[in-house]
Design a protein around this ligand. Sequence first.
Ligand code: NI
Ligand code: MN
Length: 226
Amino acid sequence: MKISFLGHATILVETNGHSILIDPFITGNEKATGKVDIETLKPNYILLTHAHQDHVLDVEAIATQSGATIVSNFEIAMYYQAKGFTVHPMNHGGSWNFDFGKVKYTQAIHTSSFPDGTYGGQPGGFIIYADSRTIYVAGDTALTLDMKLIPKWGKLDLAILPIGDNFTMGVADAVIASDYIKCNKVLGYHYDTFGYIEIDKAVAKAKFDSAGKTLHLLEIGGSMEV
Ligand code: NI
Ligand code: MN
């Protein structure tokens, strides 16, 4: 399984023959300019954790050019279905077997409204089981005791956690989250995109190191194998 960081909270998961794009926010991210070209993105699926602009901005353009199925909570799925897109609605605690593997929609503590004010359901995250790997994409969330349930649903090979603070948990809480989910291999996201969420990357890595964990931070456009 190949995991690429396309800036902010945008992740591309490439499995054996399938590509899954999560929370596309590229054209609005100055830091991704010249590093990610959305016209090259042809995912089979687009997974959305919640409806905020910094997670859905490029959904319609990419779904149009790729024909991707949009997977999210019921309200977000219906929003895009009404616009003519192919969708698969889920909700918290539910799993579904797709052709690439299984997805479970997990709890997150955050909010979820579309830029136009439409209700975007309750925010979530995903556990993705594919290629004999299990990864957890937390979405925008606070540290929550619900994370203690995650290990009951599988042994994680990688956790993708927000670390930017202010709108989500910050680094210190992400270290605690990695205890709750029993995964010491973390890819940080949702940091540095704008002023409210700037972090000191060296300090963040040191905090994980001193807890016996590894924080991976990828350059925009960079990738890792899991
Ligand atoms: Ni958000
Ligand atoms: Mn966000």
